[in-house]
Design a protein around this ligand. Structure first.
Ligand code: ATP
Length: 241
């Protein structure tokens, strides 16, 4: 049954994108409801980043249709903080008006870095850098958050702490979130729904029961992981035909 609260915040219809002769996206359809957290997994080269860049409005050389809230923020694996600006300035870059410093301080507090606003990016650990990137993404109170392997370069413990933080923040703000990752566990710990991409299309969809973040070591998550692995390996056979 469709809930009356299910309002799509991201809709992509028959998205196609080629580089030269090579079709990377061959008709991607997806829809993400308000407040939903969807993860897109797929092998390296499956077209996940290409799709995310199109959704973010960073690439307009595609066919098909995208409908997405203009109040969106994007976060990549590489935070690209400006090294010559202090952390607080990095968070509020592009924000205008007298309220920017207060908004920046609030965002830094939300990611647990209330006291680091005057630090320089070089003084931060990898995990702290990604927290700053998250604060920068959240400072505009986006309705939609697009995440491309945001924790891919972090060690396992820090990554797990970031999962807890992210789940808490997007849950509290009811932020619609799309995460692309090749980490099955990350997808299963965080998402309400996991989509598998292969051959330029979305091939499988797996709903994941609440709550989130969830413990990756439960029997339920292990069973879901097995299903995702099966769907990915089935695709290899399909892809090699
Ligand atoms: N600007 C570009 N010009 C040419 N080919 C590109 C360009 N960007 C991406 N590609 C190719 O498109 C395919 C999909 O790339 P994309 O980065 O979207 O995959 P991905 O699923 O995000 O992979 P990964 O998980 O490794 O980041 C790859 O084969 C890549 O080489």
């Amino acid at each position: 049954m469709t809930s009356s609260r299910a309002v799509p915040m991201i809709t992509a219809t028959r998205i196609r994108r080629s580089y030269g002769d090579r079709a990377v996206l061959a008709g991607v359809d997806l829809s993400v409801d308000r407040g939903e957290f969807v993860a897109v997994i797929g092998r390296s080269g499956a077209g996940k980043t290409t799709l995310l860049r199109i959704l973010a409005g960073l690439d307009d050389e595609f066919l098909g249709e995208v409908a997405i809230s203009p109040r969106l923020s994007v976060m990549f694996q590489d935070a690209r903080l400006l090294p010559w600006q202090r952390v607080a300035t990095n968070v509020t870059l592009g924000l205008r008006g007298g309220e920017a410093p207060a908004a920046g301080a609030r965002a830094l507090a939300e990611v647990g870095l209330a006291n680091r606003g005057r630090a320089w990016p070089r003084e931060l650990s990898g995990g702290e850098v990604q927290r700053v990137a998250l604060a920068r993404a959240l400072v505009r109170s986006p309705e939609v958050l697009l995440l491309d392997e945001p924790f891919g370069a972090l060690d396992a413990l820090t990554r797990s702490q970031m999962h807890t933080l992210l789940a808490d923040l997007v849950g509290r703000h009811a932020t619609t979130t799309l995460l692309v990752t090749h980490d099955l566990n990350e997808a299963l710990v965080l998402a309400d729904r996991v989509l598998t991409m292969n051959g330029g299309v979305v091939t499988h969809e797996l709903p994941v029961p609440a709550p989130r973040p969830r413990d990756r070591d439960t029997a339920q998550v292990a069973a879901l992981r097995a299903r995702l692995l099966t769907s990915l390996s089935t695709q290899v056979q399909e892809g090699s035909r």
